[in-house]
Ligand binder design. Structure first.
Ligand code: UD1
Length: 360
């Protein structure tokens, strides 16, 4: 059996790492890895292959940045050529990026079955490009691996019931596997930080960074909580955020923050362990934050409802008008950890088992 995995953006390398390892350990099938090139800077891509031990991709499509149409169409044209040449029995796709959608459309039109990992999250808000990508991908997938029961339920509401499995979250598998490799003290020292005396912020989504007023309010908010609470702010910056801050003349608001290039997986997970709390707009990092039992302020219209419904993470979508200090006080109040939500750490095993069973 011959399976192609298509990845292209940072969170997909993390998800592929754990599934790829299980496939290799079990010699499950001939696995061909294709990198679309949606993310291409070393610290957005290469570093994850190195530190997570992902084999080098068999194909690199060099798609790069561009409008949604340009990026998706370019990935489609180039990935179609690989599918025609390799004739795989199945295509594996992760998450909800433009790379995911491109792969799903290509495979479906060539009548190649699609396995979608992280199927079923919904925001019901088409302003997110990711929502469009994941809804369309789910509707043309044959095997749908959800992370939670709520995701299974979301699929059922759209009439998708066949081939749906609640496998748990492959990112949780990886998180558990990598915990022993974290070096908490080394990473804090690198940035002159002390335990419980810093906030880890990752703000990179287009709805926050590409709107000058919103991005200004977020950076002002981070400065305010730093000053009032006497906490340092560590902000690893996605290249998009870095470019937009410069374009909008906001570099002055970065002066009192500790900004870095995007961090590798081990660096970021190490720094997460001793942070007081987190401010983020990332779908993946809010889950990792939850597993580290840290609370978070989510600056976005919707987060993972499984977490926000418990009150552990606070959802706030009005950075201009919200009281930042008051919100952090809620995060500092005591609360019992709600417990496991994203499976048992064996999602990748279940996914590989299910694919093998389907083909045998
Ligand atoms: C993409 C995903 C998003 C995911 C994020 C993870 C889509 C629609 N969005 O968003 O769901 O959370 O990846 O990071 O697919 N850039 C560089 N170097 C790089 C990559 C990007 O400089 O290696 C800059 C470019 O200016 C580019 C911008 O970042 O235009 C945005 O990159 P893009 O891949 O289009 O979207 P992300 O915001 O990264």
């Amino acid at each position: 059996m011959n399976v192609i995995s298509l990845v292209g953006a940072r969170p997909q390398f993390i998800k592929e790492a754990v599934v790829n390892r299980v496939i290799r350990e079990r010699s499950a099938w001939k696995h061909i890895l294709v990198h679309s090139g949606q993310h291409y800077d070393f610290n957005m891509s290469g570093t994850f292959f190195d530190e997570l031990g992902i084999p080098q991709p068999n194909y690199f499509l060099g798609v790069g940045s561009g409008s949604h149409a340009v990026q998706t169409a370019d990935a489609m044209c180039k990935f179609e050529e690989v599918l025609i040449k390799e004739k795989p029995d199945m295509v594996m796709l992760y998450g909800d990026t433009n790379t995911t959608l491109a792969g799903a459309l290509d495979a479906a039109k060539l009548h190649i079955p699609v396995a979608h990992i992280e199927a079923g999250p919904r925001t019901y808000n088409k302003l997110f490009p990711e929502e469009v990508n994941r809804v369309l991908t789910d509707h043309i997938s044959d095997l749908l691996f959800a992370c939670t029961e709520l995701n299974v339920e979301n699929l059922r509401k759209e009439g998708i019931t066949e081939g749906v499995y609640n496998a748990g979250d492959v990112m949780y598998d990886l998180y558990l596997k990598m915990l022993p490799k974290l070096d908490l003290v080394k990473e804090m020292r690198r940035y002159g930080l002390s335990e419980d005396e810093y906030i880890l912020a990752t703000i990179h989504r287009d709805f926050n960074t590409d709107n000058a007023e919103r991005f200004t309010a977020i950076l002002k908010g981070l400065n305010t909580i730093s000053k009032v609470k006497g906490l340092q702010i560590l902000y690893p910056m996605h290249p998009r955020a870095r470019k937009k801050a410069a374009e909008f003349g906001l570099n002055g608001l970065l002066e009192n923050l500790i900004t870095t290039e995007p961090l590798g997986y081990i660096e970021l997970m190490s720094l997460l362990q001793n942070a007081k709390y987190v401010v983020t707009d990332s779908g993946g990092f809010q889950r990792e934050t939850y597993w580290a039992q840290k609370r978070s302020l989510l600056i976005m219209p919707q987060g993972w409802q499984e977490i926000t419904d418990t009150g552990w993470h606070l959802l706030e979508n009005d950075p201009q008008n919200m009281d930042w200090v008051e919100k952090t006080e809620v995060l500092e109040s005591s609360m019992d950890y709600p417990g496991k939500i994203f499976g048992d750490g064996f999602a990748a095993q279940k996914i590989v088992d299910t694919i093998l069973k389907t083909f045998n």
